[in-house]
Structures are given as structure tokens and as C-alpha cells.
Design a protein around this ligand. Structure first.
Ligand code: ASP
Ligand code: MG
Length: 450
């Protein structure tokens, strides 16, 4: 028996009509030798609606009660999907976190999964049923309902796939897969056929919103192949998997960006051991993710430190920074709310020298000033002004030739996607005829420097 986990996001189950279509799709993908576990998010807009209700009473609703409230969204969509499946004559059962004993820690609104007891799921699967599990929710040791943070349904899907040792975890969503850049701002962006876990991690952490980063991390740790695909198209999507020698790596596989950054700079702090930790420890304690950090060369025993946080954390980070600078003495604080970051990502960077230089040259010739640079082995990130972001993404996409198909990648352009989506619903033969030609792989071994 193969076991497949399919996760459907809120937009896939946003209306009763869509729930009906998803039910049909699930039935079509169910074969006798496949066990199916389906994980659902709340219907589109439902989580926001519930948060709105709570905020109508209080700006800071009690987090335990908020989780109790938000968890209802997933319970409703799971039950509705199970009703739809049963209505179509197949055996199905919806299960909540409590029924699956999906345990988390007790951090309300951003809980982490600890364990899943597979007994209830196995029993249902062995009886021939399709399991429809609630995403996003868990229970803590005291039996309180918890939630995993916005977008946490992806993490639920992967965690279930890992616990059940699934053969594949499919994230079914409203895009065709992972793109070389955001197709909304880069018209020549292409869907990638495959991407490695590491690249996906960098793409997700640098702003690509297609997958929640924790879900990618979990899939990588448990070696569960992840397939990102569209709920309402037959395209095979993008397979996120372990790096293998058969993929001919481009130096760069994608450009990711995030407009939601704030740059904080504190000038003239004493250049002494312990200063960085005094600045960043309280930020960590407040669960604020700090991304790009630079410290300048010191002049006369004083130095400047700059870093970025997401816009959502900007105000909290500023408060902490003001408090800390008062304590450590000195410090003029600058806040720049108009920045964003653009990154190039690719495991091919390990074996292609000069990639970073090419990025800087490309941005320079487009008149884009780089404010901060950070790199990892497979990523280069530049902090730039937000208003130049769209241009930056486009020029980099072109410079790294991501708009052109490479032999080893079955890439399709948005225009081809249109054809595909339109041809869906017409006869199969027609849809087939419009399918873009697939370019055969000429795999070339890439020597890994290690
Ligand atoms: N329903 C939750 C949210 O809207 C979880 C999810 O969709 O993944 O964030
Ligand atoms: Mg969602």
C-alpha cells in the first residue's frame, strides 16, 4: 500500500462548490493500493472572520480562547469535506486533533507539534476509509486546543505525512507550483518542475509564500517528498525533494523577495564583548525573527549595528531596541520602514563562482542601491528600497536566464499555464494536444564541492 497525504488550503475549500470538486478530485486520485489522508484548512476567509469577531470584543483576546475559536474553522471544513465524500458514495471519516491525539506544546497561537498517535488514523485507513484530518490545530498536555500559527495547515500536512511515513505529501493550492520568481511581478517567471529542500527552505525564508517554512523544514528532516500543485489543474506541480545528481543545476534556481521588512540601525553603541547578545537576546525572547544583521567596523570604541525584521514585528523590535540602548549607553536609533529584500537562491552557487558579483553588477546597472548584503552557501540576499523591488526581481530574473528553459527543467510560462487552465474542462484529447512539449532531461553531473 502506498500512503499519500494531500493537503488542501483554504482557497481550495472556500465554497461548497469547491468542496464538492475537491471531493471528486480525491476520489479520482484514490486507487485500491493507495491509502489517502487528506488535511484541510478552514474555508477561505474563515480564520480572518473569526479573528475579526474576537477583535470586535478585545484588541488582545485571550490566546487560549482565540485558539479554541480558530480551531472551529478546520473542524467545519473537515466535516463538510467528509460529508461531500460520503455523499459521493465513498467511505470517509473526519478526525480532529483531539481524535488523532495530535499533541503540541502549550504555546497558544504558535504551537509546535510534538507527537501524533497514528492509531485512530490507521484504524480508519484499514477499514477502507479516506481520512479527512483538521489542519492547523493540536492539543497540549492539558487537553487545550492549540493552533500552529497562520498558514500552519501546511505544517500539519507534512507532520502527518512524517508520522505516517507517507510516500508523498501533496500540498494542493491555488498556484501551479513553485515559480522562479513571483509571477505577479515577473511576467516571464516559470514553474519549476523540481527544487531541492534546501533551495525551497531559502526561498520560503526569503519571502516566497507558497509554503510555510516550517513545513519545508519538517519535510526535509523526515525526507518526505513534497509536491506543490494546483487543486484545480492536472499539472504535476513542483516536486520538492532531496538534492540529487540528476538535476542539472543552474547557478540560480529562483529569485525570492519580501517587501515586508523594516531596517533598524543603532549607532554609536560601545564596541565591547556582549553588546550584540544584549541587543539580540531580548529580541529572541520576544520571538522576533531577526534576519539580516551587520555590524560596522568600530571607530573610537563605538560601532553601528543594523538588522531587519518583518514589518509585523517592527514596532515591538523598536521598543526593545530603545530599552536596550538606554541600558548599554549611547545609541541613536534609525528606523527605515521602506526597505525590502531580494534574494537569489540555488545549490548551483556552490559550483559556480561569481554569482554574487553578477547579482551586484545587475542591480548596479539598474540603478538600484544595495544597503545590506548577506550570504549563505546557496543564497545571496540584498536589502534595497522597497519601491525598487519589482525592478530588482525582473532584472535579476533575466540576468540569471531564468526566463529561458534549460534542458533539464520542464518549465512552463504563465501563457502556457493559461492554455492549460483554459483547456481543462474541455475534452481530454484537446487538453492533451495543448500540453506544451516536454523537454527531455540531459542530466549532467555536477561536481559537488564539499
Ligand atoms: N486556517 C489557518 C490560516 O488561515 C491555517 C491555514 O490555512 O493553513 O492561517
Ligand atoms: Mg492557508
Amino acid at each position: 500500500m502506498r500512503l499519500i497525504v494531500q493537503k488542501y488550503g483554504g482557497s481550495s475549500v472556500g465554497t461548497l462548490e469547491k468542496i464538492g470538486k475537491v471531493a471528486q478530485r480525491i476520489i479520482d486520485s484514490k486507487a485500491d493500493d493507495i491509502h489517502l489522508v487528506v488535511v484541510v484548512s478552514a474555508m477561505q476567509g474563515e480564520t480572518d472572520r473569526l479573528i475579526g469577531l474576537a477583535n470586535g470584543i478585545s484588541d488582545r483576546p485571550d490566546l487560549r480562547e482565540l485558539d479554541q475559536l480558530l480551531a472551529t474553522g478546520e473542524q467545519a471544513s473537515a466535516a463538510l469535506l467528509a460529508i461531500a465524500l460520503k455523499n459521493l458514495g465513498v467511505s470517509a471519516i473526519s478526525l480532529t486533533a483531539q481524535q488523532m491525539k495530535l499533541r503540541t506544546d502549550g504555546v497558544f497561537s504558535r504551537a509546535r507539534i510534538r507527537s501524533i498517535d497514528r492509531k485512530a488514523i490507521d484504524e480508519a485507513l484499514n477499514s477502507g476509509a479516506i481520512v479527512v484530518a483538521t489542519g492547523f490545530q493540536g492539543i497540549d498536555d492539558e487537553g487545550n486546543l492549540t493552533t500552529l500559527g497562520r498558514g500552519g495547515g501546511d505544517t500539519s500536512g507534512v507532520a502527518l505525512a512524517a508520522a505516517l511515513k507517507a510516500d508523498e505529501c501533496q500540498i494542493c493550492t491555488d498556484v501551479l507550483g513553485v515559480y522562479t520568481a513571483d509571477p505577479n511581478i515577473c511576467k516571464t517567471a516559470r514553474k519549476l518542475n523540481e527544487i531541492s529542500f534546501e533551495e525551497m527552505m531559502e526561498m520560503a525564508s526569503q519571502g516566497s509564500k507558497v509554503l510555510q517554512i516550517r513545513s519545508v523544514e519538517l519535510a526535509m528532516n523526515h525526507k518526505i517528498p513534497l509536491r506543490v500543485r494546483s487543486t484545480f489543474s492536472n499539472d504535476e506541480g513542483t516536486l520538492v525533494k532531496e538534492e540529487d545528481k540528476h538535476i542539472e543545476h543552474l547557478a540560480v534556481c529562483g529569485i525570492s523577495h519580501s517587501k515586508d521588512e523594516v531596517k533598524l540601525t543603532v549607532r554609536n553603541v560601545p564596541d565591547q564583548p556582549g553588546v550584540a547578545s544584549r541587543i539580540f537576546s531580548p529580541l529572541a525572547a520576544a520571538h522576533i525573527n531577526v534576519d539580516v544583521i551587520v555590524q560596522n567596523i568600530s571607530k573610537e570604541g563605538k560601532t553601528d549595528v543594523s538588522f531587519t525584521v518583518s514589518r509585523a514585528d517592527g514596532a515591538a523590535a523598536e521598543d526593545i531596541l530603545r530599552r536596550v540602548t538606554e541600558e548599554i549607553g549611547g545609541g541613536v536609533i534609525d528606523i527605515d520602514n521602506k526597505v525590502g529584500k531580494v534574494s537569489i537562491v540555488g545549490v548551483g552557487m556552490r559550483s559556480h563562482p561569481g554569482v554574487a558579483a553578477q547579482m551586484f553588477e545587475t542591480l548596479a546597472s539598474a540603478g538600484i542601491n544595495i544597503e545590506i548584503i548577506t550570504t549563505s552557501e546557496i543564497k545571496v540576499t540584498c536589502v534595497i528600497q522597497r519601491e525598487q523591488m519589482a525592478d530588482a526581481v525582473r532584472v535579476l530574473h533575466e540576468a540569471f536566464e531564468l526566463d529561458r528553459a534549460k534542458p533539464s527543467q520542464r518549465l512552463i510560462t504563465p501563457a502556457e499555464v493559461e492554455t492549460k487552465v483554459k483547456s481543462k474542462g474541455k475534452t481530454k484529447a484537446k487538453a492533451k494536444a495543448k500540453k506544451p512539449a516536454v523537454v527531455k532531461t540531459q542530466s549532467k553531473q555536477v561536481k559537488k564541492k564539499k
